[in-house]
Design a protein around this ligand. Structure first.
Ligand SMILES: [Zn+2]
Length: 349
């Protein structure tokens, strides 16, 4: 008797199980064939295989708040050998309106690392890869980061930046922004250059045009000369939202950007825009950050400037400059671009 009850129960149970399994396996499969995969921050969505050109149509506006959409787009762009677009899409996550979650940042840094390596910017790629590996929690992502094989081979048309050489920088000369004549009697010689300080102009600038940049630079010079009694614009270099680098005050003259003695031997770089939080604030563009990175890299190599000597204005005096959105980037760039302090190893012992 107990046997037959048991077998009856078992039969019923397996019948029920069969019904449940059939229901589970057939219904959702039909549904999933029609529904597009949801944009979620997962390994399968972001780093899933890139199959056809249709995926190029992923529309991610800079205002899209879901980081998964930007990250998927970045990944698709990277697979399509469009690394700069991948870098830009990652920048929307890293510097977008919302502070990224740890996992969003891990994916963004991993994809950007691959894209930068593809562009020959190995040092920057290595930094992002290291950060991604510190942040990543998904085991498959961790494994992928560990696997150092480049996903897309370096593009031979991109100029590599060999370790130890100063990055190339294209400069717009002073004459291109039509400056007012400088007042030499108000200028001091620069002396030995040993540090760099980064500022923002604290004036909103959304236009990518050359002309708006030149206008803003001229207006800064006007303020510095007429209201602050300077002999020229206070900064040595300025960077606009399209990543153009403009020559300001000549380097042979000490700058007027960091107050008093802080200006000694100190190169002043001003990134055009207002990088404070709030309604009138903006995020630095990827082009601006790339230019800042190249410029600092170039100057640090040329003048043997150590990472410890690369500052945000707020490191030197009590000020909000260069704004919340730029300050962290300056720290990152300083770590990557600066040359190691000479003799530091020997001195430490
Ligand atoms: Zn400043």
């Amino acid at each position: 008797m107990p046997d037959s009850i048991a077998s009856l129960c078992a039969k019923r149970f397996s019948l029920c199980l069969l019904v449940i399994l059939t229901a589970c396996s057939s219904a959702p499969r039909k549904a999933s064939r029609k529904a597009p995969s949801p944009a979620v921050l997962s390994y399968d969505y972001v780093l899933g295989p890139v199959r056809d050109d249709a995926e190029l149509d992923i529309e991610a506006t800079p205002r899209d708040k879901n980081p998964a959409v930007h990250l998927r787009r970045a990944w698709v762009m990277l697979q399509r050998k469009r690394p700069q677009e991948a870098v830009d899409a990652c920048a929307l996550v890293l510097y977008g309106p919302e502070t990224p979650s740890t996992q969003a940042e891990a994916y963004a840094r991993f994809i950007r690392a691959e894209a930068l390596t593809t562009q020959g910017k190995t040092q920057n790629g290595d930094y992002d890869r290291k950060r991604a590996s510190e942040l990543a929690m998904d085991q498959r992502l961790r494994d992928r980061i560990e696997d150092a094989t480049p996903i897309v081979s370096p593009d031979s048309t991109q100029r590599p930046n060999p370790v130890g050489s100063a990055p190339q920088v294209d400069m717009h000369t002073r004459s291109e922004w039509q400056p007012a004549a400088l007042i030499r009697s108000r200028l001091d010689p620069m002396g030995k250059i040993y540090r760099i300080t980064v500022h923002h102009s604290a004036i909103l600038l959304r236009s990518p045009s050359e002309r708006s940049a030149a206008d803003q630079i001229r207006s800064i010079q006007n303020t510095h000369m007429k209201k602050e009694g300077c002999g020229d614009i206070g900064y040595h270099f300025l960077i606009d939202p399209s990543g153009r680098i403009w020559q300001g005050r000549e380097l042979r003259y000490q700058g007027a950007h960091a107050r008093g003695d802080n200006n000694r031997g100190n190169i002043g770089i001003c990134v055009l825009g207002n990088f404070m939080r709030g309604r009138d604030g903006q995020r630095p563009t990827a082009a601006e950050l790339n230019a800042l990175e190249s410029l600092i890299g170039n100057l640090a190599q040329k003048h043997r400037i150590a990472a410890e000597q690369i500052f945000s204005h707020s490191d030197l005096v009590n000020t909000q400059c260069p704004g919340t959105y730029l300050r962290g980037e300056v720290d990152r760039i300083a770590r990557e671009a600066a040359v190691p302090a000479r003799g530091r190893g020997a001195a430490a012992d």
